[in-house]
Structure formats: C-alpha cells, structure tokens
Design a protein around this ligand. Structure first.
Ligand SMILES: [Mg+2]
Ligand SMILES: [Zn+2]
Length: 220
C-alpha cells in the first residue's frame, strides 16, 4: 500500500523567513508592541487572538503597502516549490494552515508561483484608517488547549492520510499534536523539546522533502 500524506504547513516563520505579522506591526503599527505582549501571551494571560487584536489595533496601512512590505522583507525558505511539486507528483496533499491573514499569504504565494495552494487562515482588512481582523470559524473551543486552534481545521481536512505538520510557533503547538511526524523550528522546537515530544528539526524545505522521501522509500 502506498502511503499518502497530508502535509500541513504553517505560514509565518515557517514558509516565510520572517513573521509577516511582526513585520506589519513594526512598520505600520506601534514599534516594539509585540515585546510587551509576548510575555503575557506566553504566560497565558492573553490568548493569541487577543494579542493579535491588540497589535493590529495600531496598524494603519493600505493592502498595497502591506503587500509591498511583505514581498520585500519576509523572504521564503528554500525548497518550498520543490516540496510542493514533489507532493503533487506523489499524490500527497499540501495545505497551508495559518493563524495569519489571507491577503498577505495569497500575495506571497502568488509572488513565488504557488498561488494555487490551498490556504486555511484568518483575514485582515487593511486601510489607512485602521485594520479589522476577520476570524475564521474554528468551531467549538478545542478540548486540548481551550482555544480556537488549528486542530479544528486540521481534523476537517484529514482524509485518513498520515499527517505531517511543519511549524515554528505557538499557533502550531496544539495542532502538531495530531501529527504522525512534526517538523519544528524556533519556539515550536523549544516547546516540544521541553515537553519531550519527538520532532524533526528543520531550517528549510529541502531538508523536509529529503527526510520524507527517504522515510517513504524505507517504508516501501
Ligand atoms: Mg508561525
Ligand atoms: Zn487546540
């Protein structure tokens, strides 16, 4: 039996080199605001959604300004296109699961020739007068983490494949717990290490593709 995979990939700090939300707030909102919010987020005083509402309340920029900034400064990790093409050729699915914003994600993927990827995310309406966040419906609060986390979206898209999760941050912690294989870097890698959850470290998608190819070849 050929094993098929659902490869679930975070966007900010995973597909991109730099977190686009931070770039946007630093450029068009209150610089340094994240540094005051992050400790409260880590301690559980505020949820990720509350933290994002606080950050983006200060942002004043048109969608064009936001996209120009992100295309200029976010960067993407090497090997994404090759991983996506390999996935398709092998009959696997690759879906982007983000707690960020569709406008930003779509513009980035379009720019890199990957505009046809499926994206599950929230959205932000940017304007010179202010910014409104539109939260996607993530169903009931997650029984695992008590938030509206990515687990809901992941469950809704799994079709019995093996789940591969690729991520870097707080928004990946709960969803990655569903996965058969987790590729982690940065905060997510530290969190999983601390809790003794196994993962594969990665810094680019060449490593991810090579690991998956080798592992599937061994299993065949
Ligand atoms: Mg991330
Ligand atoms: Zn959860």
């Amino acid at each position: 039996m050929v094993e098929t995979l659902l490869i679930a990939c975070d966007f900010d700090g995973t597909i991109t080199q730099h977190d686009t939300l931070h770039l946007i707030v630093e450029e068009f909102g209150t610089r340094g605001l994240w540094d005051t919010i992050e400790p409260r987020l880590r301690s559980g005083e505020v949820t990720l959604e509350q933290a994002m509402e606080e950050e983006f309340a200060t942002v004043r920029a048109t969608p064009e300004q936001v996209i120009e900034l992100v295309l200029r400064d976010a960067g993407i990790r090497p090997g994404l296109g090759e991983l996506v093409r390999w996935s398709r050729a092998e009959g696997h699915r690759f879906i982007v699961f983000s707690s960020g914003f569709r406008t930003v994600i779509q513009a980035t993927l379009d720019h890199w020739g990957l505009g046809d990827l499926e994206v599950v995310s929230h959205e932000a309406l940017f304007s010179a007068e202010g910014c409104t966040l539109l939260w996607s419906d993530r169903g009931e609060r997650c029984a695992e983490c008590g938030r509206h986390c990515k687990r809901h979206d992941l469950r809704g898209r799994l079709r019995g494949e093996r789940l591969v999760y690729i991520g870097d941050g707080i928004s990946d912690r709960c969803g990655s717990g569903l996965a058969d294989v987790v590729f982690a870097r940065a905060h997510l890698a530290r969190d999983l290490s601390e809790t003794g959850v196994p993962f594969e470290p990665f810094e680019d998608f060449v490593e991810v593709r090579t690991w998956l190819q080798d592992s599937l070849a061994r299993a065949a």
